[in-house]
Design a protein around this ligand. Structure first.
Ligand code: SF4
Length: 346
């Protein structure tokens, strides 16, 4: 038996080429593209403007659904929902649905595991298994939209994996998510978050993408970042900041820094002051995220008082400072936690 083609993850041009190969007209590709990416259908049978014959032909030759659900957990504290998906090779990957007012954000994974190995991150400690294909990245969103009957307004590539180590698949996934015939999520509402891969930040700037860029900073000195974000040993802060300046200058956009606040590690007055010095001349905003502590890792969340003290200093900064509370603390919503929990229990 010939293996079925994976059409999820194809661009419209690629789908047209594939359709031609199976003897179908290009306009059929447009119809399938819309059913697949805009209407979130998960079987060819639901593609009602295709003839029965074509639907059967497609079902015989192509795969539409790339995974099943291992586990789905709904938070009792907020409206977040975490999914653990089982991929075709039995690997597992997570995605999180988050709701706040009218904003519906879905956090997508780009790898199974992660080679960057940040010690505060559950994904980092599980090691690296493999990169996800474009289709596997997109299907996380499509599955959730279909399951919950919702349409996401925002996408963040902040789940399992370093997006810029899977650069081509991530950029392609973001472009499909942005496409008019697809989910049509505005580019400014799609955020790609990197731990600080300097060549890819420069490449992203040069390619002129309109998606938003975020950098996980998590420290203000090389020694702090060497420990918490080990890719810093390869791309130290001086190089990272130069790449960030290059990006903001070329794109004329600001950049977002994520700063996970960890008790006793990067939450002092000196840290806040260093942060202001470091970022003052950069067109940026910073998201301070109190660490979401968990039973698998030794790091602790800062107390409310420590958070307030840190912000008191930081609010003197000339850039915007926001605080992002971790969602779904009761459902292991930080990246990799549900996977680790699940695999340890199995
Ligand atoms: S924080 Fe991001 S880059 Fe670091 S190990 Fe986790 S997934 Fe990888």
């Amino acid at each position: 038996m010939t293996e079925k083609a994976t059409i999820k993850g194809l661009t419209l041009n690629e789908l047209e080429t594939w359709m031609a190969k199976i003897g179908e007209k290009p306009f059929r590709a447009r119809q399938v593209y819309q059913w697949m990416y805009k209407k979130n259908v998960r079987s060819f049978d639901e593609m009602l403007n295709l003839s029965k014959g074509l639907r059967e032909k497609l079902a015989d030759t192509a795969l539409l659904s790339l995974f099943t659900v291992y586990e789905k957990l709904e938070s009792k504290l907020d409206k977040s929902i975490k999914y653990l998906f089982r991929l075709a090779d039995d690997q597992a990957v997570e995605a999180v649905y988050m709701e706040e007012d009218k904003r519906i954000t879905v956090c997508l994974s780009t790898m199974v595991g992660c080679p960057i190995a940040c010690p505060y991150c559950a994904t980092g400690v599980m090691g690296f298994k493999r990169k996800l294909s474009t289709g596997e990245i997109i299907d996380q969103l499509l599955f959730i939209q279909s399951d919950l009957g919702i349409k996401a307004t925002n996408i963040v590539f902040m789940g399992m994996g370093e997006p810029f180590l899977n650069y081509d698949n991530v950029i392609k996934a973001a472009s499909i998510l942005n496409s008019e015939l697809g989910p049509e999520i505005a580019a400014r509402r799609i955020t790609i978050s990197t731990a600080g891969l300097v060549p890819e930040i420069r490449c992203f700037a040069e390619e002129g993408h309109r998606f938003k860029l975020a950098v996980s900073l998590n420290g203000t000195t090389d020694s702090q970042r060497d420990e918490m974000v080990p890719i810093n040993r390869k791309y130290p802060m001086r190089d990272l900041m130069a790449a960030v300046q290059y990006y903001t200058k070329l794109s004329r956009r600001h950049i977002t820094f994520e700063y996970i606040l960890i008790d006793g590690f990067n939450d002092s007055e000196q840290d806040a002051k260093r942060l202001i010095n470091l970022l003052t001349n950069i067109s940026c905003k910073i998201n301070v995220i109190p660490y979401n502590e968990n039973e698998f890792l030794p790091y602790k969340s800062p107390s409310e008082q420590k958070l307030i003290n840190f912000l008191k200093y930081l609010y003197r900064a000339p850039f915007t400072v926001t605080v992002r509370r971790s969602k779904g603390q009761d459902i292991a919503a930080a990246c990799g936690q549900l996977y680790v929990q699940n695999r340890q229990g199995s």
